[in-house]
Design a protein around this ligand. Sequence first.
Ligand SMILES: CC(C)(COP(=O)(O)OP(=O)(O)OC[C@H]1O[C@@H](n2cnc3c(N)ncnc32)[C@H](O)[C@@H]1OP(=O)(O)O)[C@@H](O)C(=O)NCCC(=O)NCCS
Length: 181
Amino acid sequence: MANDYRVKCVPEYEIDTRTASQIVALLDESFPDTFDGRTYFKQLPHFRYLAFEGETVIGQLGVDHRVIRVGGNIIRIFGIIDLCVRLAHRGAGLASDLLKQVESLAAASNVDFLVLMGDVDTLYIANGFHHVNPAMTKWLAVEDVESVTIIERDLSDCFLVKPLRHTRWPVGNIDMIGYLF
Ligand SMILES: CC(C)(COP(=O)(O)OP(=O)(O)OC[C@H]1O[C@@H](n2cnc3c(N)ncnc32)[C@H](O)[C@@H]1OP(=O)(O)O)[C@@H](O)C(=O)NCCC(=O)NCCS
């Protein structure tokens, strides 16, 4: 169970080789055959929340801090990337704890919404996220660490947001102004 851990918020440039290799192991266990030995899928996050048990990384989420355009509005977001927990530590509330910690930072900062692309609805809805529907979204497609093209598609099945300032998600098409995390 994951009840004896500490969480650190770490800028990406401070992540050392030892921690990076633990992140690789965690990502490979959580998303098999996806990361090809990298600590990131499409692009480096700006910072991460890392959960340590002793010196071992047992959970993580990456954060992409950016502005996106929704309808006519420019909004500031923390994009949550690759949330995962070691198999042996799942079911003990660690992912929810990481989400709460990033939310506290966002709420204390100049950030309007948490945004993520998720397929584990129960986890995210239990943590206050809701689907955007419709979610016609434009983004820069990246494949094998290379820009490919611009894609536009309705992502309402996976586009989840959590407002931080009692503001409703604006109506309108979404421009990620970059890659889709
Ligand atoms: C999804 C994941 C991060 C959850 O981590 P966790 O620490 O076990 O999550 P929590 O204990 O905080 O779960 C809180 C609630 O979310 C729900 N939940 C968690 N994982 C779930 C899953 N895989 N499927 C469905 N619901 C899930 C449950 O309702 C859970 O509450 P309960 O334990 O009271 O039933 C973990 O299972 C994981 O790393 N999976 C592989 C990677 C992955 O799919 N990441 C998400 C990408 S969108």
